[in-house]
Design a binder for this molecule. Structure first.
Ligand code: RP5
Length: 166
């Protein structure tokens, strides 16, 4: 199963590419494209209607402003949808965050922090890992690498403080 990354506009691409980058790191097949809830509603309906038949397991949908794409796609499929609120207006993403997260009961969208498409990619991989043990192992290795990185940074800072005599 693949992860489909969609976004309302090409102006969202620099943020949404972070989801693709981490999915590539984790060895998860993915596609990326533009689907706008407001400007291409018919394309959005077709995308959602065909998603399951197209082998998609999780959808990551990013949008800014009146960010209706994640919620509308979620209303059209039972595949899990992860929403990425994008900072695209003077409201710096708070408009998109509230548009995406405040879904009515019955149609959930898993929402990550503003512009945090990387977390959306990781969460999508975690969902797919429920039925993919090789991916689960890669996720464990990914976590271990993060732990080592932070421990190295902590040790380097401790050493700097020690040299200062603090
Ligand atoms: C939203 O409007 C898009 O997701 C984008 O974040 C924002 C601005 O789009 P453009 O005017 O840059 O195409 O629908």
């Amino acid at each position: 199963m693949i992860v489909s990354i969609i976004m309302g506009s090409d102006s969202d691409l620099p943020v949404m590419q972070k989801a693709q980058e981490v999915l590539d790191e984790l060895g998860v097949d993915n596609t990326i494209g533009i689907v706008s809830a407001h400007r291409t509603p018919r394309r959005m309906f077709e995308f959602a209607a065909q998603a399951e038949d197209n082998g998609i397991g999780v959808i990551i949908a990013g949008a800014g402003g009146a960010a209706h794409l994640p919620g509308m796609v979620a209303s059209l499929t039972t595949l899990p949808v992860i929403g990425v609120p994008i900072s695209a207006t003077k409201m710096e993403g708070e408009d998109a965050l509230l548009s995406i997260v405040q879904m009515p009961a019955g149609i959930p969208v898993a929402t990550v922090a503003i512009d945090n498409a990387r977390n959306a990619g990781i969460l999508a991989a975690q969902i797919l890992s429920l039925s993919n043990s090789a991916l689960k192992e890669r996720l464990h290795a990914f976590r271990d690498a993060m732990t080592v990185m932070v421990e190295e940074k902590a040790a380097a800072l401790d050493e700097q403080m020690r040299q200062r005599g603090d």
